[in-house]
Design a binder for this molecule. Structure first.
Ligand SMILES: Nc1nc2c(c(=O)[nH]1)N[C@H]1C(S)=C(S)[C@@H](COP(=O)(O)OP(=O)(O)OC[C@H]3O[C@@H](n4cnc5c(N)ncnc54)[C@H](O)[C@@H]3O)O[C@H]1N2
Ligand code: MOO
Ligand SMILES: [Mg+2]
Length: 604
């Protein structure tokens, strides 16, 4: 097993004079050894002197040392010069690494703002400045620990080292529960000797960013809807809020003569009315011109009817006050004001609000087709055939589109054939904006989707995502045409539809970016789960226990088992496993994407 060399340089006048005071240096050494079984760590102490610090660093840079941690000398004191001494030695800055450290430290204490440590690459060596305290180095090391194997591989740019980095540093400690760690950067060249996928395994968030960067909007909802003003007042007349009697508020309570009845739909009555007179009126009916208030029927007594049964005299018990139970003209929405107080593209909202002002706009929606690939697929109404399976993805994706308010214009099932796939996609894209395809995107010699896209001159933005399920997800575009290649396993297709295809379609349909992805909540985990090397999106039912949202996993999570979507309210986001974090524990809180509106399965 190859050794990976680390250097730890303590930078402190005090420790230089009295090494027994050096606590953070030995602490770092222990942390490195505990984390990486094949690590060899050299350590040294330098005073806060620019030249001596550089001398110490240069002893290690460019030799076999892959990572140097410095501790101390990063503060605001006049002799704190570690960042300056480091800066002139590095060839390439790593500001984001420094940012991650700062961010994590700031979460613990705002005094972290007084540390000026930098990170950078000097030849083949990564230098990381950490503060001087033992507590700070422990916290900062925990922040960067998992990044180191990948960082080392990237700096050295060696595929063999990637593998070694995996196998030796992270995965194969005899006591490590994490075997087979997956490096998101790992890509092969697809040749006979390296048959790994040529597509880098991108983080989920990077794929979402690629989607938002590349998908164009097919409609400008801002211009079309959000800036639209009302052509009418609601209500268009002063309307009664109650069933009761309309009168003048100046007439006070007491006995009043009933002049007639006004029902919803009647024209506003403009006959004169004295203070001791009133009209019987229904909810929603227009107030008589002479009236300024309504007293509800419960606050009146019927005193007299005529022989036809019509009311003649009523006793008004409650005091009539101006405006009582009257909705003024334009109270709910006035002419020329915005119809939508905020952008909300839900079809229910848009269509009903437009209807309320007497308008109808057919907002252009993305044109979407669903394609299922697989020579093994039978339609659900076919008689069973040996070797074939029923196609569930077509139905599932069609229903999902409908559930989220989009339409599927066409569905097609294709066998695993290059030309058939190419011709069909070519035809579909004559009309469609989106093709949501499932199957045929992984590593098999019948997985033709990626080659077909290349043949059709699509740009493949993503061919693999670091997630489970859904690894081979493919996203490609050509001008204003977009292709999602969801992995064929039904649950992978289900999860990747929600995580990627839905946000893309919503974005194209004009939704605000922060509304495109499923809403997220926090849930308490009810099952202990071993973590996969890939971040995992686990289907679970939500149970509200006295208001606390708890999530129970829906059985076996293998991506072929469609039953795991039964009762699935959320996708719990579990992180990838590390040597220190092999499991997700019961009672721990995790973020979860909400799959459906009725997302609480049970109340306890
Ligand atoms: N050598 C490797 N093999 C596989 C890898 C890998 O990285 N290296 N990835 C695996 C992962 S992860 C997934 S997910 C699948 C995805 O494969 P494809 O997208 O190529 O899909 P197919 O191979 O066509 O089918 C996979 C599976 O799903 C069933 N299927 C497909 N379509 C439907 C449908 N419409 N209804 C129901 N079931 C469907 C199909 O019969 C297969 O069993 O690849 C792994 N392989
Ligand atoms: O990504 Mo696959 O979906 O792990 O089965
Ligand atoms: Mg396949």
């Amino acid at each position: 097993m190859d050794v990976v060399y680390f250097g730890v340089l303590t930078i402190s006048d005090t420790c230089y004079k009295d090494p027994s005071k050096n606590l953070s240096g030995p602490k770092l050494v222990r942390l490195i050894i505990e984390s990486f079984s094949n690590a060899e760590v050299a350590c040294s102490i330098a005073p806060d002197e620019h030249a001596v610090i550089q001398e110490g660093l240069c002893r290690w840079i460019g030799s076999d040392f892959r990572v140097i941690f410095t501790t101390g000398g990063t503060g605001f004191g006049p002799r704190d010069v570690t960042p300056e001494a480091t800066k002139t030695l590095v060839d390439r800055d790593c500001p984001h690494l420094a940012m991650v450290i700062a961010q994590a430290s700031l979460n613990k204490t705002k005094f972290a703002a007084l540390s000026r440590g930098i990170c950078g690459i000097a030849r083949n060596t990564l230098i990381i400045n950490l503060p001087g305290s033992e507590k700070a180095v422990t916290e900062c090391f925990a922040t960067v620990r998992d990044l180191l194997p990948h960082a080392i591989h990237l700096i050295t740019n060696e595929l063999t080292l990637v593998k070694r980095t995996h196998d030796e540093i992270q995965g194969s400690r005899p006591d490590s529960p994490v075997m087979g760690h997956v490096c998101p950067h790992k890509t092969g060249n697809g040749t006979d000797s390296d048959r790994n996928s040529t597509f880098p395994m991108l983080p989920v968030d990077d794929v979402l960013s690629l989607i938002f960067e590349n998908v164009k909007r097919c409609v400008n909802l801002k211009k079309l809807l959000w800036e639209m003003t009302s052509p009418v007042n609601i209500p268009p007349f002063r309307a009664s809020i109650k069933d009761g009697y309309a009168m003048k508020s100046t007439g006070f309570s007491g006995t009043k003569r009933v002049l007639g009845c006004i029902a919803a739909g009647d024209e506003p009555n403009s006959s004169p009315m004295a203070e001791d007179e009133c009209f019987k009126i229904n909810t929603g009916a227009p107030l008589p011109v002479a009236a300024d208030c309504v007293v509800q029927v419960e606050d009146t007594k019927l005193l007299q009817k005529d022989r036809h049964g019509n009311e003649v005299l009523v006793d008004i018990i409650a005091e009539p006050v101006p405006g009582l139970d009257v909705r003024p003209v334009g109270h709910d929405l006035s002419t020329k004001s915005f119809i939508f107080p905020s952008p909300d593209p839900s079809p229910v909202v848009v269509k009903s609000l437009l209807a309320s002002v007497g308008s109808r706009i057919d907002v252009r929606k993305p044109k979407i087709a669903i394609v299922s690939t697989g020579s093994e697929l039978m339609a659900p109404n076919d008689a069973p055939v040996l070797g074939k399976i029923y196609d569930s993805n077509t139905t599932m994706l069609e229903e999902l589109l409908q559930y989220f308010g989009f339409e599927c214009m066409k569905t097609t099932v294709l066998s695993d054939n290059f030309d058939e796939t190419k011709d069909m996609l070519s035809d579909l894209f004559e009309v469609m904006d989106f093709v949501i395809c499932s199957g045929g995107v992984s590593m098999g010699d019948k997985d033709f989707v990626k080659p077909v896209l290349e043949k059709l001159n699509f740009e493949l933005h993503c061919g693999r995502v670091n997630m489970k399920p859904g690894k081979p997800l493919t996203f490609a575009s050509r001008n204003d045409k977009y292709f999602f290649g969801l992995p064929g396993n039904p649950v992978s297709a289900f999860v990747t539809f929600h995580m990627f295809a839905l946000p893309a379609i919503r974005w194209a349909a004009g939704w605000d970016r922060n509304k495109c992805s499923l809403p997220k909540i926090n849930v308490k985990l009810m099952n202990e789960l071993s973590l996969d090397a890939r971040p995992e999106f686990v289907r679970a039912s939500v149970i509200s226990k006295k208001g606390v949202l708890c999530a129970r996993v829906t059985g076996d999570q293998i991506s072929s088992r469609l039953q795991s979507i039964v009762g699935a309210d959320v996708l719990i986001h579990l992180p990838g496993a590390t040597a220190n974090r092999p499991t997700a524990r019961v009672g721990k809180t995790y973020p979860a994407s909400v799959l459906r509106y009725d997302f609480i399965s049970k109340y306890e």
